[in-house]
Ligand binder design. Structure first.
Ligand code: TRP
Length: 338
C-alpha cells in the first residue's frame, strides 16, 4: 500500500514565518527546554504558541510524544481549545497566516496522537476527529485555509493508514466522504486553470503544492475506505453515493490527462478497481467508466509501474470482459491483483 509519508513530512515545518516571541528567542541557545517542559508549557497561554511550534518541529524525533500528550494533565484540552478558538474566523473566512500556522502546529501534534499505536484508538473513541470537520468544510481558496485543510486531512490520513474497520466505520458514520469528495472536486477544478498549468511548467509554488497534496490525501482516504468491506458496501449502497464517488474519480481522470501525476493516477485506478468488485457497481461502470482508462491515454504514464498497470488491466477485465481488456490495455501481463 502506498504510503503517505512524503506529503505528511512536507508539513513538518510551518510555511509562514511566525515572529519569534521573546520566550522563543530566549530559549534559542542557553536553556533549551525539554520535550516534557514544552508539553507542560502548552497549558500556559503565554507559553503555548512557542511550545506548539517547538513540539511540532520535534515531534518525529521524540518517539513517545503521543502518549505524553495524551496522558499529561490538560494537554488535549489545550489543543482542542486552540482548534475551537479559530471556528469564529472560518465563516465568513478571515483566517490569517499566523492563526493558520498556530492551529496547524496544534493539528500536527494531534496527527502524532492519531498515528501512534498506543493512542490511535483512544483518540478515535474520544471522537477528536470530529473537531477537524469544520476545517474540512471550508471552501476558501486562500493559502491559510488551504494549509488548514491539508493539515486536517493529514490527521485523518494518519488514522486510516493502518487498516482498521473501527476507524473506517467511525469515518463513514460521521460522513467524512462528502468532505473528501469536495476537496477532490476542488483539485480537479483548479487543475483546469491557466495559473495551475503555468505553475506546473515552472516550479510549483507552495500554494499549488498544497492543492496537489490535499487532492492526494483526500483520494488516499477514499481509497482506504473503499478497500474496507464495510466501506465498499456503504459507498455502493445507493446509486447517489456510487455516482457521486465515480463521477468525481472520472473528473479527476480527465484532469490528469492534462497534467499526469503517476501517484494520483495509481490511487484513482485502485479506487475504480475496488468499485468493480461490487456487482452492482461493476454493472454501472460498464456505462460510466471514463473512456480515457480504456483507450491507452495513460499507457506512457504507467510504463514504470507494473502494479498499477495490472490493476488497470484487472479493472478492464472486470468491467469489459477479458478480450476487450487485453486490447485496451495493450499488453499481455498476467492479470493479477498486485
Ligand atoms: N448523507 C449522505 C449519504 O449518506 C452523505 C453523502 C453525500 C455521501 N455524498 C456522498 C456518502 C457520497 C457516500 C458517498 O448518502
Amino acid at each position: 500500500m502506498s504510503s503517505l509519508h512524503p506529503s505528511i513530512n512536507y508539513m513538518k515545518a510551518a510555511p509562514f514565518e511566525v515572529p519569534a516571541t521573546s520566550s522563543a528567542a530566549a530559549n534559542n541557545d542557553r536553556n533549551v527546554p525539554s520535550v516534557e517542559q514544552l508539553v507542560l508549557d502548552l497549558c500556559n497561554p503565554d507559553l503555548r504558541e512557542n511550545a506548539l511550534l517547538e513540539l511540532s518541529k520535534k515531534r518525529e524525533l521524540f518517539q513517545d510524544l503521543a502518549p505524553l500528550l495524551w496522558n499529561s494533565f490538560g494537554t488535549l484540552a489545550a489543543l482542542l481549545q486552540e482548534i475551537v478558538s479559530i471556528y469564529p474566523v472560518l465563516s465568513p473566512p478571515n483566517l490569517t497566516p499566523g492563526q493558520s500556522n498556530r492551529v496547524c502546529n496544534a493539528l500536527a501534534l494531534l496527527q502524532c496522537v492519531a498515528s501512534h499505536p498506543d493512542t490511535r484508538m483512544v483518540f478515535l473513541k474520544a471522537h477528536i476527529p470530529l473537531y477537524l470537520y469544520p476545517f474540512l468544510n471550508t471552501t476558501s481558496k486562500t493559502r491559510p485555509f488551504e494549509y488548514l485543510r491539508l493539515t486536517s486531512l493529514g490527521v485523518i490520513g494518519a488514522l486510516v493508514k493502518v487498516d482498521n474497520t473501527d476507524v473506517i466505520s467511525f469515518l463513514l458514520y460521521t460522513e467524512i466522504i462528502p468532505l473528501c469528495l469536495r476537496t477532490m472536486e476542488m483539485g480537479s477544478e483548479l487543475s483546469k486553470t491557466v495559473e495551475f498549468l503555468e505553475a506546473f511548467g515552472n516550479t510549483i509554488c507552495r500554494h499549488l503544492l498544497f492543492y496537489m497534496l490535499s487532492w492526494l490525501v483526500a483520494t488516499f482516504i477514499v481509497q482506504k475506505i473503499l478497500l474496507d468491506d464495510v466501506g465498499l458496501e456503504y459507498i455502493c449502497a445507493t446509486a447517489e453515493r456510487f455516482f457521486a464517488v465515480a463521477g468525481i474519480l472520472s473528473n479527476m481522470i480527465i484532469a490528469l490527462a492534462e497534467q499526469p501525476s503517476a501517484r494520483l493516477l495509481k490511487h484513482i485506478i485502485r479506487c475504480f478497481l475496488r468499485l468493480s468488485e461490487n456487482l452492482r457497481a461493476c454493472e454501472a461502470l460498464k456505462n460510466c467508466m471514463p473512456e480515457m482508462l480504456k483507450d491507452g491515454t495513460f499507457s506512457s504514464c504507467l510504463l514504470e509501474d507494473v502494479t498499477t498497470r495490472r490493476w488497470l488491466q484487472q479493472l478492464l477485465h472486470n468491467v469489459l470482459g477479458h478480450r476487450v481488456a487485453i486490447q485496451a490495455g495493450g499488453g499481455f501481463d498476467i492479470v493479477n491483483h498486485g
